[in-house]
Design a protein around this ligand. Structure first.
Ligand code: ADP
Ligand code: MG
Length: 630
């Protein structure tokens, strides 16, 4: 690496506002990027206590000469940019010369560095940005920067650090994003001495995908590849069946840099038009290679947003490539995925498809974290307790069958992989649901039948009202749960289930534990990544338990920290949705009647996601269609 210069104030001013060291994860991003810029082939990241007490990044890159190490921690000290012309075509991750200054200002640092050509290396310590010691020392070639006690001198910022688990999760994410952008570099991550992930540095994106996205998502990924004059696009996109509740699994990289881009997001999502349900989002790992002059990375302090000079062309490239991949879906599969057909459509509309069994983690090309404990036995502590046993113990807990709006088919569902039963049982069991206390003000109507096992057709005076039974029922459940008129019931699972979660999800669960408990979830962490599910709300079918928890966590995790009320609503949404009868299920006449009454009385207008629950066609509309009138 060339010598370090101090930028002129003029160039410094051209550079956007400085990075702020927000949390340990931002330190990791900067240090790993520096290691990448130094030409490292192997990078090791270590943290202790979520990075709060120690962060160390070690690389086998070019190292620094002693005189360079002496100024590397000064503001605007960089070897990557000399003058303003350099800003036009950035080829390195860093260029502002700010990160080491910002990090060292709020921590204690110990640096070891040696250039391969030098016989001796340099050891240097800093405190709050000031050099304390500097000496010649023997050390491996490359650089190791150890950051201790971040924010020790800024208590106000220290206070904002979240739990170790949350910070660790953010650190892992930050390192993974770096790793995924540069699959030719091997990255190892150790948390409190245990390996969290390892990428082999074999240049293949898919080797990193599993660590970043988790096995469930990876199994539904399809490769995309496209090239167009100076533009290259590679990566993976999810099959429509693997849609997610938010966009947190969309990763875009430009020249190895993780970025956010509304434009790329839109191009991707347009390709899924009409194949994904509304409210579901595709996952992706998209890597773009563009001539450095055609993208400006100097528009955002953390360089996480960029400006493309040829937006339209890039949009089209991604859109076309994705459409191409999705239309040829069957012929392509991620190479690490065992041959196993993904379900053809979202489970909601395909009740005949049982939940896919947990797929074994693909292990061929990459290392599974060493920390991964063996799965706990399927039935920890061998508890197989009939539901009624618990009901007897807890006077407030009656079996689901007696108290849910419609009779719960829970017992039938406990057969593994059974089809959702036809719900005739419900008819017998529609004993006075709570809402019946309300006086129905539904106008006189006749239920004519049901179309596509989805829409209830009613005749009301001179109108036909088509009702989306799932949407309406979801709303009814939501209102019932929200009003709190009924205590929430828990149902103990006959055999406790286990669920593997990432650290971020575990942290969310920790944060919202009381809320989950309030709704009847009985969840018990087992090791770092495993959760034992012992009870779920009575409204949820046991075989939906895992999916429900994952979905709630996904909603809670998207977009900042939800306030308690919003978090409650997220949970209610999911429980209401899971408890609702589904399109495609058989529905008995009494259930239809209940739903029609609620909708026609005007009490239920929109599903909790804001979609309408009914559509009205007047007689006049029909007469016009048939040209009886003009
Ligand atoms: P920038 O990356 O924007 O240049 P930094 O503050 O992150 O600014 O780093 C300052 C300088 O220190 C870099 O330009 C580089 O010369 C040197 N440096 C930092 N980290 C390393 C490393 N891991 N190996 C070699 N040199 C490094
Ligand atoms: Mg840097």
């Amino acid at each position: 690496m060339p010598q370090i210069n101090l930028l002129s104030p003029h160039v410094a001013d051209l550079i956007a506002a400085g990075e702020v060291v927000e949390r340990p994860a931002s330190v990791i991003k900067e240090l790993v990027e520096n290691a990448f810029d130094a030409g490292a082939a192997h990078v090791t990241v270590e943290i202790q206590n979520g990075g709060a007490t120690m962060i160390r990044v070690t690389d086998d890159g070019c190292g620094m000469a002693p005189e360079d190490a002496g100024i590397a921690f000064l503001r605007h000290a960089t070897s990557k940019l000399r003058d303003e012309r350099g800003l036009e075509a950035i080829t390195t991750m860093g260029f502002r010369g700010e990160a080491l200054a910002a990090i060292s200002a709020v921590s204690r640092i110990e640096l070891y560095t040696r250039r391969p050509e030098d016989a001796e290396g340099t050891r240097m310590t800093l405190e709050a940005g000031d050099i304390r010691d500097m000496e010649a020392t023997g050390c491996p070639s490359g650089t190791s920067i150890c950051v201790r006690d971040i924010f020790y001198n800024t208590p106000a910022r220290l206070k904002f650090l979240k739990s170790d688990r949350s910070e660790a999760s953010a650190c892992i994410q930050a390192a993974l994003r770096c790793a995924l952008g540069r699959p030719e570099i091997s990255v190892r991550f150790l948390r409190d001495g245990r390996e969290e992930f390892f990428t082999p540095g074999d240049g293949r994106i898919d080797s990193c995908c599993y660590a970043l996205l988790g096995r469930d998502l990876v199994s539904g990924l399809l490769p995309v590849h496209s090239e167009d004059e100076g533009l290259k696009l590679t990566g993976y996109i999810s099959s429509p069946a693997a849609g997610r509740g938010n966009r947190s699994a969309q990763f875009f990289f430009v020249n190895g840099r993780f970025i956010r881009s509304q434009m790329l997001q839109t191009a991707l999502e347009q390709a899924y038009k009409n194949t994904l349900l509304t409210g579901r989002y595709p996952a992706c790992v998209i890597c773009l290679e563009i001539r450095p002059g055609a993208v400006d990375v100097n528009v955002h302090p953390a360089k996480i947003e960029v400006k493309f000079s040829e937006e339209r062309r890039i949009f089209n490239l991604l859109y076309q490539a994705s459409v191409g991949t999705l239309s040829g879906e069957d012929s392509l599969k991620l190479r690490t995925v065992p041959e196993k057909a993904a379900p053809a459509a979202p489970a909601e509309d395909k009740p005949e498809e049982a939940l896919p069994p947990q797929k074994p983690a693909p292990q061929a090309e990459y290392r599974v974290p060493a920390e991964t404990a063996p799965l706990p036995p399927a039935e920890p502590k061998g508890q197989a307790v009939p539901v009624h046993a618990f009901a007897a113990e807890r006077p407030d807990c009656v079996p689901a069958r007696q108290q849910s709006l419609f009779a719960s088919p829970a017992p039938e569902y406990q057969r593994e992989n059974s089809l959702p039963p036809e719900r005739e049982t419900a008819e017998k069991a529609v004993e006075k649901p709570v809402q019946n206390v309300d006086i129905s003000s539904a106008p006189e109507h006749k239920i004519l039948g049901e179309a596509f096992k989805t829409y209830i057709i009613t005749e009301v005076g001179e109108q036909l009202v088509l009702i989306d039974k799932h949407a309406a029922h979801e709303r009814m459940n939501f209102d019932r749960l929200k009003s709190g008129r009924q205590p929430v019931m828990a149902q103990q699972l006959l055999s406790p289930q286990t669920l593997r979660l990432d650290l971020g999800q575990m942290a969310l669960l920790e944060q919202h534990g009381e809320l989950f408990a309030e709704f009847g979830f009985e969840l018990e962490p087992f090791g770092e990544h495993e959760l034992i599910i012992r009870a779920v709300p009575a409204d949820i079918r046991p075989d939906d338990a895992r999916a429900a928890i994952e979905e709630i966590l996904e909603h809670l995790g998207s977009g900042g920290t939800p306030d308690p009320e919003a978090a409650r609503d997220e949970l209610l949404h999911t429980v209401a949705c899971k408890a609702a009868i589904k399109a495609g299920w058989n529905t008995g006449p009494q259930e239809r009647e209940r739903i029609a009454e609620e909708v026609l009385s005007g009490r239920v207008k929109y599903c909790p996601h804001g979609r309408p629950v009914s559509v009205t066609v007047t007689r006049k509309d029909l007469d016009k269609l048939f040209k009886r009138i003009v």
